[in-house]
Design a protein around this ligand. Structure first.
Ligand code: AMP
Length: 249
């Protein structure tokens, strides 16, 4: 079985992002960039399926700038066999990304596609779902367990207050939740080996996909600063303040 894994380059989760002075977006100058954490989980799951002898080939794909090759090399170091960068300098909206991924799916014909449930920069939580709609494939979102059984895949999904298990007929799309697995670190020998693995670069034009945006970001704002808390000396004082100042009891 061939698995396609979608990998996004995002601001590292440890970075405290700054909003640009003109509120047009987030300042990316000199900011550490990494693989989206949910995509790391997606790569790990694909690698585990290959280690179990279920997957035969893992193809990592990213839509992004030239620098996204770094994240694809990381995916290769973690165990992907080859990579594809759909190169485009501009940040695209989810529908454009899903259309580009669909073009790659049409070419590669994977049986399983694994994406993160969410990119931590845009928090869209929709690319996997849009790709499922465009391809007509079954989707299992927010997966905390993935089991391939013959021509279907059983996905246990994290839903409000519990778990739901669905059987998807292959080809299918799975989006990863946090508890699916704990991604490994790339070893130095594997980082070296990854440099020699194939990484193809294609353009949206070559894939015949228009990336024209249907969504425009109007404004990006930092959360309002919280006022400092105070210490109270007794429970009585706390109750008095909650009653008369905060007026919540
Ligand atoms: P989102 O819908 O933007 O929150 O992203 C959900 C998932 O879709 C991510 O974890 C990736 O697996 C995939 N994805 C989103 N944008 C891209 C991109 N530019 N390149 C590759 N995969 C992406």
């Amino acid at each position: 079985m061939k698995i396609l894994v979608a990998v996004k380059r995002v601001v590292d989760y440890n970075v405290k992002v700054r909003v640009k002075a003109d509120n047009s977006g987030v300042d990316l100058a000199n900011v550490k960039m990494s693989m989206n954490p949910f995509c790391e989980i997606a790569v790990e799951e694909a690698v585990r399926l290959k280690e179990k002898g279920i997957a035969t080939e893992i193809v990592a794909v990213s839509v992004g700038p030239t620098a996204a090759q770094e994240q694809l090399r990381t995916a290769l170091a973690l165990g992907a066999d080859r990579a594809i960068l759909v190169e485009c300098a501009d940040e695209l909206n989810s529908l454009a990304v899903a259309k580009l991924l669909k073009a790659v799916v049409d070419k590669e014909q994977p049986q399983l596609i694994i994406t993160g449930k969410q990119a931590i920069d845009s928090d869209n939580n929709q690319t996997g779902q849009m790709l499922a709609a465009l391809t007509g494939f079954a989707q299992g979102t927010f997966a905390s367990k993935v089991e391939v059984a013959g021509d279907s895949v059983n996905v246990t999904r994290e839903i409000d207050g519990g778990l739901q298990t669905v059987a998807l007929k292959l080809p299918a799309i799975v989006t990863t939740d946090l508890r699916l697995n704990e991604p490994r670190y790339a070893s130095l020998p594997n980082i070296m080996k990854a440099k020699k693995k194939p990484l193809d670069v294609v353009t949206p034009e070559a894939l015949g996909v228009s990336t024209a945006s249907t969504v425009k970001t109007l404004k990006v704002e930092a959360p309002a600063a919280r006022s400092a808390g105070i210490k109270v000396k007794s429970v009585a004082e706390l109750v008095e303040k909650l009653k008369n100042e905060a007026k919540v009891i």
